[in-house]
Design a protein around this ligand. Structure first.
Ligand SMILES: [Zn+2]
Length: 58
């Protein structure tokens, strides 16, 4: 039996890491910007979403 191993080239691995970092920064930015927004409706929507997903809140 031949074991098949797949390895990413260093370039592809770097691009995947970049994609993960960009997505994480955008997602966290959206979460924090809406969470700390002075607009009550936007803040409440983010707050409700956090409670719905069992994020620690208050
Ligand atoms: Zn809360």
């Amino acid at each position: 039996m031949v074991a098949v191993t797949r390895t990413l080239s260093p370039v592809l691995a770097g691009e995947r890491l970049n994609a993960v970092l960009v997505a994480a920064i955008l997602g966290l930015g959206l979460l924090f910007m809406s969470g700390f927004s002075p607009a009550a409706a936007l803040h409440n929507a983010a707050h409700d979403w956090r409670h719905a997903h069992n994020f620690p809140c208050h």
